[in-house]
Write a protein that binds this ligand. Structure first.
Ligand SMILES: Cc1cc2nc3c(=O)[nH]c(=O)nc-3n(C[C@H](O)[C@H](O)[C@H](O)COP(=O)(O)O)c2cc1C
Length: 164
């Protein structure tokens, strides 16, 4: 069974964590995109409201066949203390029966713990179990520092044991 890293990212931070995981763990990588325009300061408030309400959004790809994967990494930024709408939308439609999931969240400063808790509830409702999780603070950090933080997490949590 293979490993895949799935993520949503608006400003490349969660993407950097996801790409580093995929490189280090020789896993497949798949970005989940939000079709709704989320860039720019004007969309920030709308994004926060959508996340806070757990509103659904339109995503691409709409569906993913995860049959070949036993281990799934799933990552989201923290928005208004919640997971991003793209990830909530994805999880609520995904067939995760029997999958081992490792959740990760990035945050500016706070809120990732409740994001992970909520994502855990959501994946469990879809038949998966969370085998590990971690979060990374990104405020004031360059992408290379986020990459270094990810390397540290891989070491600390011994993520290479969830191998292919
Ligand atoms: C709409 C919006 C809401 C956010 N809300 C929070 C928050 O509640 N707590 C926090 O620590 N960071 C918050 N952030 C910051 C992001 O979680 C953080 O910068 C994250 O690492 C961005 O990941 P990305 O580059 O993958 O999109 C918010 C960012 C956006 C765009």
């Amino acid at each position: 069974m293979k490993t895949i890293v799935l993520y949503y990212s608006r400003s490349r931070k969660t993407a950097t964590v996801a790409e580093t995981l995929a490189e280090e763990l020789s896993a497949d990588l798949q970005e989940i995109k939000d079709v709704k325009e989320r860039s720019g300061i004007l969309n920030y408030l709308g994004a926060s409201v959508d996340a806070f309400r757990e509103s659904k959004t339109k995503i691409t790809p709409e569906n993913l066949n995860l049959d070949n994967y036993g281990i799934i990494y799933l990552g989201s930024p923290t928005w208004a203390g919640k997971a991003s709408p793209a990830i909530i939308t994805f999880v609520d439609k995904a067939d995760l029966k029997g999958k081992d999931v490792i959740l990760f969240a990035t945050m500016g400063n706070q809120g990732a713990k409740s994001v992970i808790k909520r994502m855990q509830e959501k994946i469990e409702a879809r038949g998966a179990r969370m085998v590990n999780s971690f979060s990374i603070k990104t405020s004031g950090k360059e992408l290379i520092e986020i990459k270094e933080e990810t390397w540290k997490k891989i070491e600390e949590l011994d993520l290479k044991i969830y191998g292919n």
